[in-house]
Ligand binder design. Structure first.
Ligand SMILES: Nc1ncnc2c1ncn2[C@@H]1O[C@H](COP(=O)(O)OP(=O)(O)OP(=O)(O)O)[C@@H](O)[C@H]1O
Length: 362
C-alpha cells in the first residue's frame, strides 16, 4: 500500500525540465512541435491543447494521462489529423503529416473509441483484411502477420466468426488487432484496456510490450488506469488544462515524489502484550508529525507518517521512546504512479508551477 506525500516536493516544479527529450526531432518516430488547438470564440474559448511538444523514440510506449477534459483526446486526434490543429507541426517517422498526409498516415495505426470502429457483421479475419486494405496493403500478403496477431491475442479460434458473436473483451482485442493489421510504425491506442477482464487486460498489455520490444513499434496510449500505465509504459506524459505538466520515465517520475514516509507499528511494551498508545501521545504525534489516523492491530497500534526531512525519523524515534512506546515494525512507503498523478493534478486544474507560485490557473 502507498500513501501520497503531504507536500508537493520542490523538484516537481522542474519535472518538465528534468525530462530529457526522448529523441531529437530527426530520429523520433513521432515528433510533435508547439501543437495548439482551441475550441470556441471569445470568452468561450477553450485551449484544449496548449503548445505541446513531444519527441518519441522508436520502440517506446508512452502513456498520456490527465483528468477529464485535460486535452488527451484532442492531442491524439490532432496528431492523427482528425482534428485540425491551429498551430504546430507533427512528423511521423520524419514525414510531415501536413505536407504528405498519405505517406505519414500509412505508417500509423489507431484504436479509438473502444471496439466501435470494427465491423460487427464481418468476421474477425475479414476485419483485419479490410483494415489492411484501407491502409493500401494487399490483405493476402499479410496473412502471416494476421495469424500471429490472432494467436498473440488468443483470437485464433475466433478468426472466422462474426465479431458480433464475440464477448466484449474479444471485440476490444479485435479492435487492437485492426489497428495493427498493417505493418505500422506508430500506434495510438485510446483506453485500450477499458472494460476488459483481468486476463484479457494482461494479455493485451503483454502484446503491447512485445510489439514495442520486438517490433520496435512506437505506441502512444491514453488510459485512466494507472496500473496499466505503470505496468506497460516506458514514459508518461501527464496533461492538465491542455498543457504537458510532466513528461518523464515512469520510474523517474515516481522517484521525484519519493518522500521519507513510513508505516510504524508500536506497542507499550517489548512483547506488545499491553494495550496501545494513549490519547496524550496520539495528540503529540498528530501535532508534531501530522499523523492522521491510528489503526488498532490487536495489542498494537499502526500509523503512517510522512517526514519531509529524513533526519526527523530520529526525532520520532526519540519521542516514541520518551512515551514508553516500543517500535515493533517499520516499513518504508513508496509512492506509485497514482499518487504522483494525484499530487500533480490535485483535482484543481493547477499546474505544479502554479501551485509553487501560490497562484490559481486561469
Ligand atoms: N469538439 C469540441 N468542441 C468544443 N470543445 C471541445 C471539443 N472537443 C473537446 N473540447 C474541449 O476541449 C477540452 C479537452 O477535451 P478532451 O476531450 O481532449 O479531453 P480528454 O483529456 O480526452 O478528456 P477525457 O479524459 O474526459 O476523455 C475540454 O474542455 C473539452 O470540453
Amino acid at each position: 500500500m502507498t500513501t501520497a506525500p503531504e507536500q508537493v516536493p520542490d523538484e516537481v516544479a522542474t519535472v518538465g525540465e528534468r525530462a530529457k527529450p526522448a529523441a531529437s526531432g530527426d530520429e523520433a518516430a513521432l515528433s510533435v512541435r508547439d501543437l495548439t488547438k482551441t475550441f470556441g470564440d471569445g470568452e468561450e474559448t477553450v485551449r484544449a491543447v496548449d503548445d505541446v511538444s513531444l519527441d518519441v523514440r522508436p520502440g517506446t510506449v508512452v502513456g498520456v494521462l490527465g483528468p477529464n477534459g485535460a486535452g488527451k483526446t484532442t492531442l491524439i486526434k490532432s496528431v492523427l489529423g482528425l482534428v485540425i490543429a491551429d498551430e504546430g507541426d507533427v512528423r511521423v517517422a520524419g514525414v510531415d503529416v501536413y505536407d504528405d498526409p498519405r505517406a505519414a498516415y500509412a505508417r500509423v495505426g489507431a484504436m479509438l473509441e473502444g471496439a466501435r470502429n470494427v465491423y460487427w457483421k464481418l468476421t474477425v479475419r475479414e476485419n483485419l483484411e479490410f483494415f489492411a486494405a484501407v491502409g493500401g496493403e494487399s490483405p493476402g500478403a499479410l496473412r502471416e502477420r494476421h495469424d500471429a496477431l490472432l494467436e498473440q491475442l488468443s483470437l485464433a479460434e475466433k478468426a472466422d466468426e462474426p465479431v458480433n458473436d464475440l464477448s466484449r473483451g474479444q471485440k476490444q482485442k479485435v479492435s487492437l488487432a485492426c489497428a495493427l493489421a498493417r505493418d505500422v510504425e506508430v500506434a495510438f491506442l485510446d483506453e485500450p484496456t477499458l472494460g476488459l477482464d483481468v486476463e484479457s487486460s494482461v494479455e493485451l498489455r503483454r502484446e503491447i510490450r512485445r510489439l514495442a520490444d520486438q517490433e520496435d513499434m512506437t505506441i502512444v496510449l491514453s488510459s485512466h488506469d494507472m496500473d496499466v500505465v505503470q505496468d506497460v509504459c516506458d514514459r508518461v506524459v501527464i496533461m492538465n488544462g491542455g498543457e504537458v505538466i510532466a513528461d518523464d520515465a515512469v520510474a523517474d517520475l515516481i522517484d521525484v515524489f519519493r518522500t521519507s514516509a513510513y508505516r510504524l507499528v508500536v506497542g507499550t511494551d517489548a512483547d506488545g502484550s499491553e494495550t496501545a498508545v494513549d490519547d496524550e501521545t496520539r495528540e503529540r504525534l498528530r501535532d508534531a508529525y501530522d499523523v492522521d489516523t491510528f489503526e488498532s492491530r490487536g495489542e498494537r497500534t499502526a500509523f503512517d507518517v510522512a517526514l519531509g526531512d529524513p533526519e526527523r525519523f530520529y526525532d520520532l524515534m526519540d519521542d516514541l521512546r520518551d512515551a514508553d512506546l516500543t517500535v515493533h515494525e517499520v516499513e518504508s512507503i513508496d509512492p506509485d504512479l497514482e499518487d504522483v498523478f494525484l499530487e500533480l493534478t490535485n483535482g484543481d486544474g493547477a499546474t505544479p508551477a502554479d501551485r509553487a507560485n501560490g497562484g490559481d490557473r486561469q
